[in-house]
Ligand binder design. Sequence first.
Ligand SMILES: Nc1nc2c(c(=O)[nH]1)N[C@H]1C(S)=C(S)[C@@H](COP(=O)(O)OP(=O)(O)OC[C@H]3O[C@@H](n4cnc5c(=O)[nH]c(N)nc54)[C@H](O)[C@@H]3O)O[C@H]1N2
Ligand SMILES: Nc1nc2c(c(=O)[nH]1)N[C@H]1C(S)=C(S)[C@@H](COP(=O)(O)OP(=O)(O)OC[C@H]3O[C@@H](n4cnc5c(=O)[nH]c(N)nc54)[C@H](O)[C@@H]3O)O[C@H]1N2
Ligand SMILES: [Mo]
Length: 662
Amino acid sequence: MLVTVEQGRVVRIQGDPAHPPTHGALCTKVSRYAERTYHAERLLQPRKRVGPKGSGQWQDMSWDEALDTVAQRLSAIASRGAGAAQAILPYSYAGTMGLVQGESIAARFFHRLGASRLDRTICSNAGGDALVATYGGKLGMHLEDYAHSRLILIWGSHSIASNLHFWTFAQQAKRQGAKLVCIDPRRTETADKCHQHIALLPGTDGALALGMMHEWIVAGGLDEDYIQRHVNGWPALRDKALAWTAERTAQTCGITAAEVRQLARDYADTSPAAIRLNYGMQRVHGGGNAVRLVALLPCLTGAWRQRGGGMLLSASGWFAPAVDSAALERPDLMPQPRPRIVNMATIGDDLLRPASPDFGPRIDAVVVYNSNPVAVAPHSARVVQGFAREDLFTVVLEHFMTDTADLADLVLPATTQLEHLDVHRSYGHTYALINHPAIDPVGQALPNTEIFRRLAARMGFDEPCFQDSDETLARAAFKSAAVDFDALSSQGWVRVPVPERPFADGGFPTADGRAIVDAPGLGVPDHVPNHESVASSPALAARFPLAMISPPARHFLNSSFVNVKSLRHIEGEPILEIHAGDAQTRGIVDGAVVDVFNDRGRYRCKAVVSPRARPGVVNGLGVWWRKMGLNGTNVNELTSQALTDMGRAPTFYDCLVDVRPA
Ligand SMILES: Nc1nc2c(c(=O)[nH]1)N[C@H]1C(S)=C(S)[C@@H](COP(=O)(O)OP(=O)(O)OC[C@H]3O[C@@H](n4cnc5c(=O)[nH]c(N)nc54)[C@H](O)[C@@H]3O)O[C@H]1N2
Ligand SMILES: Nc1nc2c(c(=O)[nH]1)N[C@H]1C(S)=C(S)[C@@H](COP(=O)(O)OP(=O)(O)OC[C@H]3O[C@@H](n4cnc5c(=O)[nH]c(N)nc54)[C@H](O)[C@@H]3O)O[C@H]1N2
Ligand SMILES: [Mo]
């Protein structure tokens, strides 16, 4: 990002044309970052609640008073006895994904305190664990190599909205004659621009992968040589796949047998063939198994042999040797026995859980930073009830009064990317980045690091590591052998090393160098139907016959940017896309206000009768702030706290509902 500053104020934000993977393109959201930073509702000063929780009555306070209060309250909990600090929970995620303003001093602080550890599962854990179980690491193709592909399956990814830098390379391939196929229940703007769209039912990707394997077994397409040398355990999966005829696959996925056969043929007969898998398809009960099956496809056809062939879900494994998280987070500061782990995906239930031998102490304090759990965590009714507890002490570090800040005791103003120093891994490409501050903090805002530094001093944590400056932290983040800090600082980015055609001749980072089919403790992957589906819960499906997915609205970043007017105006209001047939049987017309409901709750929004929704599936675009919703809820009012088959992650897109006119 190139930021132009005049007289201390940001006047322009552009992409940097010299940055190879993004080549000067900023997404619409980030191009409005100045509007967000100077927003009239930006938090400028610490504040405390003076009325009952959630009443909206606040009083400004000084930093000293705010930090003294937090230190006192946390110390009082920690001093109750051994292990008592586990009643304190940090809650943080993707507000910034920076290594400095994320888990550096903050992690040290909570480790030293002995607070509960947070299992950060909300986004990518099912798929991430599945990649590790299959390839031995979160590794994949070079982003740039998609330009050389002749076929790209864009699978569970709305690239134009959420992954623009990949889309550019896909476009390059398309111009050179590549075929693009989008595999997504929703007809997204990305699907519009592909040659083919396969609108399968949510949570059936594993079945589709098995159907492709079946086709290759019976009609050819397997690379027996690659399998022989580089895949461990194929015969057991082969037996399973033999049962997945095109007809059975088609019926499970809600598509045609011809689509299954053609996809299998295209993929096996085109070279190089690439898959851009993304996290949309793993937010369902069987998400881990599905990712394992898809990740095996390029191993079975030998697609990895070619430049422009293979698969990419996550590139973060390429950063693993470069990032020094132990130096940043200092897990050695933790007491023994190590504090318990609380899953961020079930924060609703966990805030309401009493003390017990299994769970340990009740959660009495939460410190939220870089996250907005009341909006983004599943089953909001429970999350709201938890955060509304009068006896829960909640501190929120934020830019704005989010749904979570509304329920806090203290709100502390934090700086944005434009105001603080940070370094970053990437989300999909392989360049480490630095973020130099462009302007002074707005109002009295402080970087997360400085807030935790000052808190640590007040808590009497006298280890020298609590005095590390942001620059010291930034220098510690990457091992110098992998990323030269001075080069990073002056150039803005440094490429981490990735081998050419990484698995052309096998060499997966597994015990024997082969991709794994039969993983220890997991067995051979299989299609695992949604928790909430006719297959798993017919009685529920009879009452709530529509499957709802809730991918992000294009102009929001999870729940960030929802309050940026120019972006919200593009999105209009919270909507539910519904197919004409499903709308008609329910007496719903385009533009009608509807109630979307299940046993967990009711979400009111506007119906858009649209071919973007396939029959039987509705698309509730997220993630709006609850307080901007028509009945004070958002789509997570309906989602469940059930977890995925791997990775203990949420199942946002595994959710049955029905809809009626409001
Ligand atoms: N504009 C924008 N960009 C973003 C974000 C954002 O909120 N807004 N969020 C960022 C973050 S944190 C992340 S993790 C990524 C997320 O980006 P992605 O990994 O792409 O994941 P999603 O956006 O959740 O879903 C992508 C697509 O998967 C589809 N999908 C849903 N269920 C299924 C299914 O069962 N099978 C298949 N095949 N497809 C399915 C959805 O309809 C959607 O179009 O994007 C990042 N970029
Ligand atoms: N239904 C449904 N729910 C979803 C998803 C979905 O697709 N559908 N997506 C899921 C996914 S992929 C993810 S990753 C999660 C994301 O959930 P979160 O990690 O909670 O992400 P955001 O909603 O963007 O909220 C981040 C907050 O951090 C604040 N913030 C940003 N930078 C800083 C900073 O430097 N300091 C401090 N203190 N605060 C900062 C922002 O103002 C914002 O309010 O949501 C998940 N929830
Ligand atoms: Mo995410």
